[in-house]
Design a protein around this ligand. Structure first.
Ligand SMILES: [Ca+2]
Ligand SMILES: [Ca+2]
Ligand SMILES: [Ca+2]
Length: 277
């Protein structure tokens, strides 16, 4: 017992010294280096097996709970649920803010202005450029979905039902005719990033606020191909994937498995991004 204790102490001391004396250890390899220390403002998502997608029929039924104009074909691109193996990676804990974007890009294209509001009205090309200038990149669609689910298989990151105060979507404050009057998230348009509780990985606003550009081209039936390891999307296409829903969407649109698309040159006042590494 005492011997084992001493051995553990010696081992701990050795490892502590190793970490202290090895410059940049946490950075030297790829993001799989165990519990690597995340750069400021980022979270580490460990390597692992991840369930991607959602049953389209269940998503359709979820939609009908709060709206009567749901269409089943909105959800077909989420099926079937399948498993994929992903390497570890870092991802921004927040959507990129206007203050952050303006500091690097020397402009702010957003419609709803405020330093801590998420940048919107950005093209996919600008989002990619911003991340690259910081030595980062856009997340892949699979990485984004794994990160947004927070290691859970529930319908929303917080559970299976919509609740007020969990995410910014088109609630009673929203000025669209499809608003869901029976929910109150406190925001008509965008909310300052981090206004709602984080998911299990410590990520804010993966559900709602602004949609987020990811790296991949969009293909409606991509999930039927069930790519097994580090999916990167189709080789080419015309539209890019956007994820997570926004202030303009039905609550069902802010589920972490929701998939939709946008033209990469398009500027939309409900579409922003976050970076990965
Ligand atoms: Ca709202
Ligand atoms: Ca978001
Ligand atoms: Ca969809």
């Amino acid at each position: 017992m005492i011997f084992r204790f001493r051995l553990n102490c010696t081992l701990s001391l050795f490892l502590s010294l190793f970490y202290l004396l090895t410059p940049g250890f946490a950075w030297s390899g790829n993001a799989d280096a165990g519990a690597a220390k995340p750069p400021e403002g980022m979270a580490f998502i460990p390597a692992g097996e991840s369930l991607l997608g959602f049953d389209p029929d269940q998503a359709y039924r979820q939609c009908l709970k709060n709206n009567d104009t749901c269409k089943k074909n909105w959800f077909l691109d989420e099926g079937p649920v399948h498993s994929a193996q992903l390497d570890g990676f870092f991802i921004d804990t927040h959507e990129v803010t206007q203050k952050e974007f303006a500091r690097i890009m020397e402009k702010n294209p957003s419609e709803y202005t405020g330093a801590d509001l998420p940048v919107e009205n950005v093209t996919w090309h600008e989002a990619k450029d911003y991340c690259q200038r910081l030595g980062k990149r856009l997340p892949t669609e699979a990485e984004w979905e794994r990160a947004a689910k927070g290691g859970k298989d529930s319908v929303f990151p917080w559970g299976d039902e919509v609740k007020s105060g969990k995410a910014n979507f088109c609630d009673t404050h929203c000025d669209k005719r499809w608003k869901e009057n029976h929910f109150d998230d406190g925001h008509r348009y965008t909310a300052p990033v981090g206004s709602f509780p984080p998911n299990e990985y410590g990520l804010y606003d993966t559900a709602g606020n602004v949609y987020e550009w990811v790296m991949d081209w969009y293909e409606e039936d991509y999930y039927t191909k069930k790519p097994r390891k580090n999916p990167r999307g189709p080789d080419n296409g015309k539209l890019k994937v956007i994820r997570g829903g926004s202030w303009i969407n039905y609550s069902v649109g802010v589920r972490p498995s929701d998939r939709t698309d946008a033209n990469p040159s398009k500027r939309l006042n409900f579409l922003g991004f976050r970076c990965a590494l």
